[in-house]
Each structure stands twice: as structure tokens, then as C-alpha cells.
Ligand binder design. Structure first.
Ligand SMILES: Nc1ncnc2c1ncn2[C@@H]1O[C@H](COP(=O)(O)OP(=O)(O)O)[C@@H](O)[C@H]1O
Ligand SMILES: [Mg+2]
Length: 149
């Protein structure tokens, strides 16, 4: 069977990791630059890890903000090289909500305000014409219902 690659897209605090834990953690290997916050060349490392996991036939979810086509293109390219299906899951939550949730975090988990604004400026909703087989949008309201129900 073709491996499956899921590219998460969403601002910090939008609920990507929570959604991944609830929906994909049992079936997909989770790749995230957050796993090695200090390493240099995290981008290259992430690509290498993705390549290796797909080489072993694993399904993979890439859990980063992945805000624009520039970050997403290399992931799509690697997925295609492995004959994988690749879909985007856009967690579409209002920036103000993400800011609030981020402010409630402590320590390293909290993204500096400048980083929040930067991500917001760069965010381009994923589109099928980038090369995705599918784009799913998880809206704020449904995410809520999902978690509480
Ligand atoms: N559906 C939700 N409803 C309310 N709060 C949520 C929901 N999903 C996540 N959160 C909270 O928002 C914060 C950010 O969630 P997280 O999954 O870490 O976001 P991300 O991975 O996109 O940065 C966490 O404190 C989490 O508990
Ligand atoms: Mg996260």
C-alpha cells in the first residue's frame, strides 16, 4: 500500500499537536522540528527523517506550522518520491484564539509574540494545486466539538 503523508498547517496554538495526538498518533509516525529545538539544520534533519520513515514504509505526519508553500513543497516532493499520498490538514483557528492559548503556555512551549505575528503574516491556506491529493480544513468550532465530545 502507498504510504500516507499528512502535512499539518496552522498557527502556533491552533491545536495541531492536540489534533494529531487524537487522530493520527496511533497510525502515523510524528515528525516535528519541535522534537529537536536546538539543533542546527532542523529543516534538513526533518527532511532526512521523513525520507527514512517513508523508506521503511511508515505513514508520517509532519506537525509544524508549515505556514506557506515554501515549507510545504519539499515535504510534498519527498512524499512523491516515495509514491506516498499526501494531504494537508489545515487547523483553521482565529489568530486571537491562538495568541490567547500561546500566552497561557509556559517556558519553551510559549512562542514569542514576534514569532506569532510572523507566522500569521506568512500563513497561506494550503491548496490542492500545490500538489496535495487532498486538503482538509478543521475549523475552530468543529475542533471544539471534537475535543469535548
Ligand atoms: N480543540 C481545542 N479546544 C480548546 N483548546 C485546545 C484545543 N486544541 C488545543 N487546545 C489547547 O491549545 C493549546 C495549543 O494546542 P496545541 O495542540 O499544542 O497547538 P499547536 O500544536 O498548533 O501549537 C494547548 O494548550 C491545548 O490544550
Ligand atoms: Mg504543536
Amino acid at each position: 500500500m502507498r504510504p500516507d503523508v499528512v502535512v499539518m498547517v496552522g498557527l502556533p496554538g491552533s491545536g495541531k499537536s492536540t489534533w494529531v495526538a487524537a487522530h493520527l498518533a496511533r497510525t502515523h509516525a510524528v515528525v516535528s522540528k519541535d522534537h529537536w529545538p536546538n539543533a542546527r539544520g532542523r529543516e534538513a534533519r526533518q527532511r532526512r527523517v521523513l525520507h527514512e520513515l517513508l523508506g521503511r514504509g511508515r505513514d508520517v505526519v509532519v506537525d509544524n506550522t508549515n505556514p506557506s508553500p515554501r515549507e510545504r513543497a519539499p515535504i510534498i516532493e519527498i512524499a512523491r518520491r516515495h509514491g506516498a499520498t499526501v494531504r494537508a490538514v489545515f487547523v483553521d483557528v482565529p489568530p486571537e484564539v491562538c495568541l490567547q492559548r500561546n500566552a497561557a503556555r509556559t517556558g519553551r512551549a510559549r512562542v514569542p509574540e514576534a514569532g506569532m505575528l510572523h507566522a500569521r503574516k506568512r500563513l497561506v491556506p494550503p491548496a490542492v494545486n500545490e500538489g496535495f491529493d487532498r486538503v482538509d480544513v478543521i475549523r475552530f468550532e468543529s475542533v471544539r466539538a471534537d475535543i469535548s465530545g
